[in-house]
Design a protein around this ligand. Structure first.
Ligand code: GLN
Length: 508
């Protein structure tokens, strides 16, 4: 008899519409390493009575380790890499009785916005979330495009992705599903392959917010094996601030309504000219009818975040990916320097090589001050701007900064000197959440995603929350004039996922 997981997928892939392959090749089902093993694992965990995810089929992105399948990161260089342990996020799901039903395709090492940077032998992933037009297939978004497509086509109950600069939210928006990037450092990254450690987050893709929040609660635990993961004490501090804030909102909330007392900010910098997406005026009116106050806010650094993101992410990637040379990960055996060069030349795809070159350049002695250091400074400025517009203070942030003053554009100047520590402050007349479109457009046809510039521009509205380390969720909010889904992003202060869920539920 077929394992229920296989039945589910076979059904979803052969029903009605043309199959939209979102799981790894060579065959759509090849990720089920062994039905027996999977079944045994699920049975063992089912023994407990308090599990919340029994019978739930959850797919995981190919950069999250799972003992029963290779963790390839959709890269030829890792095609034979099998992890002998599960990522913490996978363990937590299994402990709740979930079944890992598949691995999903991604842009190689998470670098991309359309799930098109795939190794040889992988078929492209087409967007199942809109009107079928097989002559002009649309982008599924990236890099967690496989996870979003798997959820949108009903192949799984939910999926895990990773989000460094928008990789969960952009695909969610394009495919018409919910995509949550939790606050940086809340969900353990132990067992998740690094792209850019100062930004990487495990994210969740689901059909609706209640599923996303259920999985978030399952994964939201301290993990001593991830040194960036925050402790219980910090979590308690954030929770206490949240409770106090919600009490405050309710006390001054005025007449009853779903969002009574909530203040929602729309960043001016996200109001882009046509034909780019904007917040529909009906949505603003609806939020106001639910007793929310909607105001405009200014985040001046927003417009500079895209280049800063690409500098930081590429620099960190160039360091992280130095470990792949065929010696330890994967099966290829390098033969000295020449062998390492060959393994890397053949193993990495074009986009990854481009990022590695850009990152190495940014970190080189000549360029460091003028690129990497400036990007760090921009990130810090942006974080201050976020802190100054949220009503709720950052639960942990202080500024013991080495990058307090602006770096000089003169490349020969020395780095800024340390200055005194200051703590984050909040704005009493500020906002609780920010709201803006997740993407600048609906899912573009794949034929229009070929240039790097158009690909990078797709991240314009997602990278600020990544640089800020903030929780941000893309919520389906109807369809555009072309009939394809539109996603709205709700973000909040660090650790305030509850506010994001509260406002998201009203939009959903
Ligand atoms: N598109 C962005 C990049 O290529 C974001 C990717 C991500 O979040 N993993 O870096």
């Amino acid at each position: 008899m077929l394992h229920p997981t296989r039945r589910l997928l076979r059904h979803s892939l052969t029903s009605g519409r043309q199959p939209r392959v979102s799981v790894s090749q060579p065959t759509p089902y090849s990720w089920v390493a062994s039905d027996g093993l999977l079944e045994a694992e699920v049975k063992a965990y089912r023994a407990s009575t308090c599990q919340s995810l029994v019978q739930r089929h959850i797919a995981i992105k190919e950069n999250i380790t799972y003992r029963h399948a290779p963790t390839t990161c959709s890269s030829a260089i890792l095609k034979d890499f099998n992890s002998d342990y599960n990522a913490t996020c996978v363990e937590l799901l299994l402990h709740q009785g979930a079944a890992i039903c598949g691995q999903t395709k991604m842009d190689e090492f998470g670098m991309g916005s359309n799930t098109t940077h795939l190794p040889e032998g992988y078929t492209p992933v087409y967007n199942p979330g809109g009107p079928v037009d097989d002559d002009a297939p649309r982008s599924v978004g990236g890099s967690s495009g496989g996870s979003a497509a798997a959820v949108a086509e009903g192949s799984c109950w939910a999926a895990l992705g990773t989000d460094t600069g928008g990789s969960v939210r952009l695909p969610a928006s394009y495919c018409g599903v919910v995509g949550l990037k939790p606050s940086y450092r809340l969900i353990s990254r132990f067992g998740v392959v690094s792209y850019a450690d100062s930004l990487d987050c495990v994210g969740i893709l689901a059909r609706d917010i209640s599923i996303a929040s259920q999985i978030f609660s399952t994964l939201n635990h301290p993990d001593p094996r991830d040194m960036t993961n925050v402790s219980s004490v910090t979590r308690q501090r954030a929770h206490a601030l949240l409770v106090q804030h919600i009490e405050e909102i309710q006390r001054h909330g005025g007449p009853k309504g779903a969002l009574q007392g909530y203040r929602i900010g729309i960043p001016n910098q996200t109001r882009l000219p046509s034909p780019h997406l904007t917040i529909p005026s009906e949505l603003v009116s609806y939020l106001e009818s639910q007793r929310a106050t909607v105001v405009s806010v200014d985040i001046p650094s927003w417009t500079k975040t895209l280049p800063a993101y690409y500098v930081l992410a590429s620099a960190e990637a160039s360091s992280n990916l130095a470990r792949y040379g065929g010696g330890f990960f994967g099966s290829a055996q390098p033969d000295g320097e020449e062998g390492r060069r060959r393994v890397r030349t053949e193993g990495f795809g074009r986009e990854v090589k481009k990022r590695l070159l850009a990152g190495t350049y940014a970190l080189s002695a000549n360029q460091f001050d003028n690129t990497y250091l400036k990007a760090l400074y921009l990130r810090r400025t942006l974080r201050r701007e976020f802190d100054s517009i949220f009503r709720i203070p950052h639960p942990v942030r202080s500024y013991p900064s080495v990058y307090e003053s602006a770096p000089n554009s003169d490349t020969t100047s020395s780095p800024p000197r340390p200055s005194s520590t200051s703590t984050a402050t909040s704005a009493p007349d500020g906002v609780d959440v920010l709201l803006h479109p997740t993407a600048i457009s609906t899912a573009p046809p794949l034929s229009k995603t070929l240039s790097s510039e158009s690909e990078y521009a797709q991240d314009l509205l997602t990278v600020p929350a990544s640089l800020g380390g903030l929780p941000c969720m893309s919520v389906p909010a109807g369809v555009g004039s072309d009939g394809w889904p539109i996603g709205m992003s709700v973000s909040s202060q660090w650790g305030m996922e509850q506010l994001v869920f509260d406002v998201g539920r009203v939009i959903e």
